[in-house]
Design a protein around this ligand. Structure first.
Ligand code: HMG
Ligand code: MG
Length: 307
């Protein structure tokens, strides 16, 4: 008998973005040693990828202006990847000086968001990435490419999926190995996700193995969007411990999909992740003490209120 779960993968790779996408939007300055400890706790929970920080302009994201110190001082586990966000060659040079071995570049599918977020057109941003990716290739460093506003833009509204395809193909052509499709402002719903993935996965050179999904949970649809993505065979899912985060240049983008909520659903479905859910809760609990507010993740809140 066929089931709607036939294509759902047996194992999923979670990309933990809490220390970067989660913390970048926090108002209170979080002390550097606590950021380092947060990263280490998440890696110790078994998360295969922990995005550590961003080597962006400190004026753009003051919270992550300690990127150099954080990256230089984490104790790295073998088998865990510790990528960082890089906007330009200056960021890449800073990152290389700290021994970075995995990076992500980031642009958008809508011009207005790219302008607000990185002060560049999409074409200019791609031009800025070319020397970054070339340098990464020289150093044998894998590169992920984020595309924001795939499912809607805070300034332009609807986004044509063909724009996503065009940006994705340019990223891949320059040597980016993996894509992350961002619902930056958390507006996507499952039928739309199916439609966009259908179009993107039908395009030349884009296979499901290299496509990750990155849902913000602003309107509570992130897990539903993950489910349809799984049903379409996607195996890489981004999430942030505690549901921390949002993008300072995306009004309303509060809250990434919470890693704990994702893990609870995946494990309940018998999908392997290699991650210890309670250790992620412990990491969220640890960093929560420095935020000045309670993380919004549902599993997290249920776990801490029952203790
Ligand atoms: P700009 O002002 O156009 O850059 O910013 P510039 O090249 O004209 O330089 C201006 C100043 O910034 C100069 O300093 C540069 O040296 C400095 P000054 O001479 O005036 O003293 N600068 C840097 N300093 C340190 N490191 C650097 C760097 N680059 C320039 N790398 C820029 C352009 C891209 C740099 C800026 O807009 C920026 O840093 N933006 C980052 C914004 C950001 O991090 N947004 C959040 C992450 S994206 C996201 O959250 C979405 C995602 O999660 C997916 C999704 O949800 O959709 C990934
Ligand atoms: Mg994001």
């Amino acid at each position: 008998m066929s089931s709607s779960f036939d294509n759902v993968p047996a194992a999923v790779r979670i990309v933990e973005v809490g220390p970067r996408d989660g913390l970048q939007n926090e108002k209170v300055a979080i002390p550097t040693p606590q950021k380092i400890q947060f990263v280490q706790m998440l890696a110790s929970a078994g998360l295969p990828v922990v995005e550590v920080t961003s080597f962006v302009s400190p004026r753009a994201i003051p919270q992550l202006s300690d990127a150099d110190t954080v990256m230089s001082n984490i104790t790295r586990l073998p088998g865990t990847a510790y990528p960082v966000l890089i906007p330009n060659i200056k960021g890449m040079q800073r990152a290389l000086a700290t021994g970075v071995r995995s990076i992500a570049v980031f642009t958008a599918a809508s011009e207005s968001f790219a302008r607000h977020n990185i002060n560049a057109s999409i074409a200019e941003s791609l031009a800025n990435f070319r020397p970054v990716v070339a340098l990464a290739q020289q150093e044998d460093i894998p590169v992920r490419g984020y595309i924001s506003t795939v499912f809607g833009c805070p300034y332009e509204g609807a986004v044509d999926p063909q724009r996503v395809v065009a940006v994705a193909q340019e990223l891949l052509a320059m040597g980016v190995q993996e894509l992350s499709l961002g619902d930056t402002i958390g507006v996507a719903t499952p039928r739309q996700v199916e439609n966009v993935l259908d179009i993107v996965l039908a395009a030349n050179d884009i296979t499901r193995e290299i496509v990750g999904v990155h849902f913000h949970d602003t309107r509570g649809t992130a897990l539903a969007n993950v489910l349809i993505s799984l049903q379409m065979g996607i195996t890489t899912i981004d999430a942030a411990a505690g549901g921390l985060g949002g993008c300072p240049y995306a009004p309303g983008a509060s809250g990434n999909l919470a890693t704990e909520d994702l893990l609870y659903m995946l494990h309940g479905m018998g999908i392997q992740t290699g991650v210890d859910l309670e250790k992620v809760v412990a990491a969220t609990r640890y960093i929560a003490a420095y935020l000045g507010h309670t993380p919004t993740g549902k599993y997290y809140q249920a776990a801490v209120s029952s203790r």
